[in-house]
Design a protein around this ligand. Structure first.
Ligand code: SAM
Length: 338
């Protein structure tokens, strides 16, 4: 047996209990193989409902290896999953092969539905963006939000496809606002809302983070030296009971730079001010090279300096389908209670 097949079988074996727990709680979207920690760096295998999404980030996977991998997963799970292979090793190289194994069957590329914590999510193997529409390592955070949203007003910052907002709505939030500057991402959020018609309708605000959060926080919107600011959505100053701050590692816009390594504070400070007294702020940092200890210290210091000292904090880790040998998973999540 190839070393990849051996590593894959071991990973599937390891997940037996986890998978039955997840199925019981209404989840069929999870990571089956986390290559960096399980013996094949740069390779991930995820189940998204009916679809099996294989992604390679360093080296392309050969045809036979891919077919064997698909066979092993189907046999172990007792399913006939729809295979999509996205080779992300080189820019946009994921669909340039002629072989039908690489192109994927038409059925695998349809709009599909996956489930997490009993909710329906849009699944699309290929779309305008590179990332899958649901980040699986944030599942426990979505579960926490679902369990702690009853009667709350919830603000989902850098909302992407609004999974956190949807979880809040499912948890009985009285109001849910999703904020992101990418209309395409919010459009999938709207689809996710429509796929769960019994839930409270969510609000979607298409805006750059910086002007939006600074208005909510009652802070001035600073102009860059000599540059006129583009138009921005006007919002009233206000606070939310539960705020989620899950920014990308780095992004630049006309209003500022998101830089989780050098400047978490300028993201955090206004989010702290937009969180109500007795409220909760969940903040994330997905940069692997930042350690939880250093980042937590920075976060707590920033909260003190902003005049919003944290009453209690706790750490939320990704699920066991994202094993981390050094116990420092790339995605770090802190729950801050005020
Ligand atoms: C890593 S994703 C966030 C994941 C998300 N929290 C989730 O639950 O899946 C990053 C998101 O940030 C958005 N984004 C990046 N820079 C932004 C900015 N300056 N203002 C608003 N949204 C931004 C992107 O459009 C993208 O949807």
């Amino acid at each position: 047996m190839s070393s990849l097949n051996q590593a894959l079988r071991a990973a599937l074996d390891q997940r037996q209990d986890l998978l039955s727990q997840l199925h019981q709680q209404g989840t069929d979207c999870y990571r089956l193989f986390h290559g960096s920690q399980e013996g094949a760096p740069g390779l991930t295998v995820d189940r998204y409902g009916p679809q099996l999404l294989v992604q390679s980030f360093h080296q392309s996977l050969e045809r036979d290896a891919l077919l064997q991998l698909h066979g092993i997963v189907n046999e172990t799970l007792g399913l006939d999953t729809l295979l999509v292979y996205n080779d992300r090793a080189r820019g946009n190289s994921r669909i340039d092969r002629q072989d039908t194994v690489y192109q994927a069957e038409e059925a695998a590329l349809q709009d599909l539905v996956g489930h997490e914590w009993g909710l329906n999510y849009r699944v699309r193997g290929r779309h305008a963006g590179q990332d899958p529409l649901l980040f699986l390592d944030l599942r426990n955070a979505r579960g926490w939000v679902k369990a702690h949203s009853l009667g709350k007003s919830v603000l989902n910052l850098f909302a992407y496809t609004c999974g956190v907002g949807l979880s809040a709505a499912a948890g009985g939030a009285r109001e849910v606002c999703n904020l992101d500057f990418a209309e395409g991402n919010l459009a999938v959020g709207r689809e996710n809302g429509l796929l769960n018609p019994a839930l409270l309708p969510m609000e979607f605000v298409q805006s750059d983070y910086f002007p939006a959060i600074r208005q909510l926080a009652g802070l001035p919107i600073s102009q860059r030296r000599g540059q006129k600011l583009p138009n921005y959505v006007r919002l009233e100053q206000r606070q939310y009971d539960l705020v989620l701050l899950d920014p990308p590692a780095w992004a630049k816009s006309a209003f500022g730079t998101v830089d989780l390594l050098r400047d978490y504070q300028s993201l955090l400070k206004p989010a702290l001010l937009a969180t109500a007294d007795n409220g909760v702020l969940i903040c994330c940092n997905n940069l692997a090279k930042v350690s939880m200890d250093d980042w937590r210290e920075q976060v707590l210091r920033c909260a003190d300096k902003t005049g919003r000292p944290v009453r209690e904090w706790s750490v939320l880790t990704p699920g066991e389908d994202f094993p981390s040998m050094d116990r420092n998973p790339p995605l770090k999540t802190l729950i801050l209670q005020f």
